[in-house]
Design a protein around this ligand. Structure first.
Ligand SMILES: [Fe+2]
Ligand SMILES: [Fe+2]
Length: 334
């Protein structure tokens, strides 16, 4: 068996949940998708309700082994008004303007992770961006050109569903499965690697980047946007391919009981994750509250959230008071 990849180590990783609410009302989201042609339709052909759009984004603060701190923006949300609010609330707008964020990682091209791109670029169009090479022409236009994409709504009115007036001018690294040098990963910082998983998902989107952070003396932390490649595949890569003292934790969307529907395999995923022996699991977004609550009650080390999300002007209709999600405004340190 080939040697495991040594990506180096960091002292610590802090994740601030800027926003994990991709949208606010599951029923409305599903209705818009059904009206627009279903889950196999292009996301750019559906008349999504603007008032239902939120977004996913997280701020990662990495303390390197020499004590230096670096910041990574993971994803840029969906609704520009929501993202402007979220970035101002967390000071991300000023960090972008001052060059205090090293780069953005786009996990994948789904609307709730990418369509808020103007909210990031208007503060720093030169920002270095890592994004999956599996993009479509509309993705490229929204990132690189002044664009407004329009569709007809159910009343046959023409509506803009996404727009960007600040084209990206900085370095763009389109990630591929082979990695930067055939190793399968991109080394973003000492102790931080990125890997593309080439997987097809809803709404004609393909490919998702996952981040791996090796925290000294603790182990690997896997950070996801939606986890469309399957959480066991993402964690399995860390276990099988990366050198380190084992798996320490994970953060992000795990794409399990989304829309609160249960499948039998979700029970075995709880058992499989327990068997990995991780220490800290922070989840939210498309994980599904049902799965997070059940996992917590079956001994998975779910990091509980707080009431911070109640201080945001909007919240998800799926949110419950069990604190099984790390919600908007929460943070976790690995
Ligand atoms: Fe998502
Ligand atoms: Fe997604």
């Amino acid at each position: 068996m080939p040697d495991k990849l040594d990506i180096g180590t960091v002292q610590s990783l802090r994740v601030d949940v800027l926003t994990e609410t991709g949208w606010f009302d599951d029923t409305r989201f599903r209705q818009d998708m059904a009206d627009g042609g279903g889950s196999e339709q292009s996301q750019y052909r559906i008349a999504w309700a603007a008032e239902n759009a939120g977004g996913y984004a997280a701020l990662l603060t990495v303390t390197l082994s020499d004590g230096d701190q670096r910041r990574i923006l993971l994803d840029t949300g969906w609704n520009n008004d929501w993202m402007d609010y979220v970035f101002a609330r967390h000071g991300v707008d000023r960090m972008l303007e001052r060059g205090e964020i090293d780069f953005m990682v786009l996990s994948h091209w789904h609307l709730d992770h990418f369509w808020g791109i103007e909210s990031t670029l208007k503060h720093n169009p030169q920002l270095k961006v890592y994004a999956p090479s599996t993009w479509r022409s509309e993705d490229r236009a929204l990132l690189k050109e002044r664009t407004s994409i329009e569709v007809q709504d159910r009343d046959k009115r023409t509506v803009s569903i996404c727009r960007n007036t600040v084209p990206h001018e900085g370095e763009l690294i389109l990630t591929e499965m082979r990695g930067e040098d055939g190793s399968g990963v991109y080394r973003l910082l000492p102790g931080v690697a990125l890997r593309l998983f080439d997987v097809s998902m809803l709404l004609q989107v393909r490919g998702e980047n996952a981040l791996y952070v090796n925290v000294a003396d603790k182990g690997i932390v896997t950070v996801t946007g939606c986890g469309h490649a399957g959480i066991m595949n993402l964690l399995g890569f860390a276990r099988d391919s990366l050198a380190g003292p084992g798996l320490y934790g994970c953060y992000g969307g795990l794409h399990l009981s989304i829309f609160d529907t249960w499948k039998p395999e979700f029970d075995s995923i709880i058992d499989d994750i327990k068997a990995l022996g991780m220490t800290k699991m922070g989840c939210n977004h498309c994980t599904g509250w049902m799965w997070a609550e059940k996992a917590a009650s079956h001994g998975v080390p779910i990091i509980k959230g707080t009431d911070a999300y109640l201080g945001y002007p909007k919240r998800s209709t799926a949110a419950r008071d069990s604190h099984a999600f790390l919600g908007n405004g929460d943070s976790v340190t690995f």
